[in-house]
Design a protein around this ligand. Structure first.
Ligand code: SAM
Length: 225
């Protein structure tokens, strides 16, 4: 049976380099590895999952698709799934909070020597993810912002290399800011409206809280100009 990826996962799949040896961390159904192998974009993937139920569903999907020779599923925490003999050169970590993604990368740092490409899709705290990349020798070469089933998602791809980012670039994304797509504008207009609503509920005597919100709103308006 052919796998129908969500628009979010389909977009992530397009960012995986052709011929990559992929580790997908948090691969609850192994959908991304299965779709990439079936599309013949890659020939080998590791699917890592830390929770038993999702791990078992990844194992069963890989069997159903008869891809056991091309996809290895491991029950493992983060980059502990990775063994040097796997020769993994690209890692995807998607659909989790930004801080969890950073924690996984930080804990597994010593396993990244041969990894050229990271594709990360944090559900929040994208700024923390970008800051980790800056500090750990990865340079962003591609970013996508998309809307899937009413939710906005940012995807960040980085390759080994140096980069420095301003505070604004950490928050809004260096490539996303430059492109300033219609979805990017919509995402930040929605965020701005939420902050303005929050501000309207903060009593006038809470000056510090109000100032923080006003600063965030002004930074968004500056970028949307
Ligand atoms: N990556 C898929 C996607 O983007 O659709 C699944 C996202 S799902 C919301 C997050 C998955 O990551 C869960 O199955 C969870 O058990 C797994 N996970 C969370 N922390 C993990 C870790 N440290 N190592 C491996 N898997 C983890």
């Amino acid at each position: 049976m052919e796998l129908q990826l969500s628009y979010r996962l389909e977009t992530i799949a397009t960012l995986v380099p052709d011929g990559a040896r992929l580790l997908d961390v948090g691969s609850d159904h192994a959908y991304l590895p299965i779709a990439l192998i079936e599309a013949e974009k890659i020939a080998f993937a590791l699917a890592g999952e830390v929770v038993k139920g999702p791990y078992e569903s990844a194992v069963s999907n890989v069997c159903d698709h008869k891809l056991q020779s091309q996809i290895t599923v491991r029950l493992a925490n983060g980059l502990e799934a990775l063994e040097s003999s796997d020769q993994i050169d690209c890692i995807t970590i998607c659909g989790m909070g930004g801080r969890l993604i950073v924690e996984i990368l930080e804990k597994g740092k010593d396993k990244l020597a041969d990894v050229d490409c990271l594709i990360l899709q944090p559900n929040n705290r994208e700024d923390d993810v970008r800051a980790w990349l800056v500090e750990n020798g990865f340079a962003i070469d591609k970013e996508v912002v998309l809307k899937d089933k009413g939710k906005f998602y940012e995807i960040i791809r980085a390759q080994k290399g140096e980069m420095s980012l301003s505070e604004g670039e950490l928050r809004f994304g260096p490539c996303l800011m430059k492109e300033s797509s219609a979805i990017f504008t919509e995402k930040w207009q929605v965020e701005c409206a939420k902050l303005e609503k929050a501000l309207s509920r903060v009593p006038l005597d809470k000056a510090k809280e109000r100032a923080q919100l006003i600063e965030k709103i002004e930074r968004i308006k500056e970028v949307l100009k």
